[in-house]
Design a binder for this molecule. Sequence first.
Ligand code: GLN
Length: 476
Amino acid sequence: MDYLNIRDKREKIRRGEISLFENVNYFQKRIESNKDLNAFNFLNKNLKEESFKIEKKIKEGKAGKLAGAVISIKDILSVKDIPMTCCSNILKDFIPIYTATAVQKLLDEDAIIIGKTNCDEFAMGSSNENSAFGEVKNPWDRERTPGGSSGGSAVSVAARFCDASLGSDTGGSIRQPAAFTGVFGLKPTYGRVSRYGLTAFASSFDSVGPFTNNVSDAALILEIISGKDEKDSTSEEVEEERFSENLESERKFKIGIPKEYFGEGLQTEIREKINSVIASIKSTGNELVEISLPHTEYSIATYYILTTAEASANLARYDGVRYGYRSAENKTLEEMYVNTRSESFGTEVKRRIMLGTYVLSAGYYDKYYDKAQRVRRLIKEDFDRAFEQVDLILAPTAPSTAFKLGEKISDPLQMYLSDVYTVSANLAGIPAMNIPIGFDGNGLPIGMQLMANLFNESEILQFAYFLENNFLDLHR
Ligand code: GLN
């Protein structure tokens, strides 16, 4: 039952072959017996009522496109009347008064929200170890990280606690945890999905997207959450696409292999596995060419300058006045601000606020921030040139498979380097997806990334669907 995609599950519920309530129950039991994974911060308490209500709607033929789907939400997206903590002590008692547009769109199509998932504090991290709720464990090996920042979302899908999850990706937070846990994870084009109700980390990078167990569910969820939203001025007006109905395609693609993504530091087994996928692709009439993205080596530095700058401004709003936590005894207003922030932000968030404030400060603005903006443009132009030549770019998602919990936490630079293959897509605003392609010698999932030009998610999804149906022996 748990291997069905959302559409097939809905059809079986309609025909009375399976019950949504039992399916929800199955998920609840799995969550309960795997509590140590620590994937959820909060669980929905009305699951029974909701599943009966939606099951009835399905049978009456009145249900939305996501009826039957059980979806978890990263605890950085707001859902009205359910706590949203961003896994930070500064928001530990915060209850939002509105629902994020992307989540609302799921609800409007009759999805069931099963709960809010654990993540790195304010989505800053690559291992889910920076959470006020504690670390999340990887179901493939409980001594290892599930990746981050959307670790709980990835685990909720990989461990079959639900059908899908919504996460956010600022520099890889959907794709890298998807790679570490062996699921599909799609970061849409910047502006494709409304950011309204997504807690801002780095506003010109943040995007909302799905984690799923198959390509068809990713396509379905993307088509539902996409679209212009008057509440987010950076959301774009583009023609509505029915991704899930256009997955079958006879089209042959021209695929670029960026040489900079296969250099030193890439785990051998990942290189070998990707090479074997490339060899299979070659035999199918799709064309592969080597390409160059020459500014790749600057992507990590550029990303960490620009995102910390944006984060330092975005996080200024947590001052003890308007949201969540306030330090108890303060003599002056200034002291209240300082104590509130010092007592309740975690180490990584503080580090980023300090870095961001530094790169924006007088005297350093030109040297770091302004320069990084220029390099961002060069990185974008690398992709523009590449997409004149190819339809898709194929690369690893992460340089290694899941690393051990604790392994990198005391070395921020090492941690930041685990984002080396994912941050460029956010710098350029382009869509990118993790495809699980197999396992390494320790039985840990290996991920491969497909990138496309702006708003070309359909090409990624079509090609991913083709791979899924022809080559991927996922053993899951
Ligand atoms: N790991 C990256 C960071 O720490 C990306 C985070 C994200 O995409 N939210 O910034």
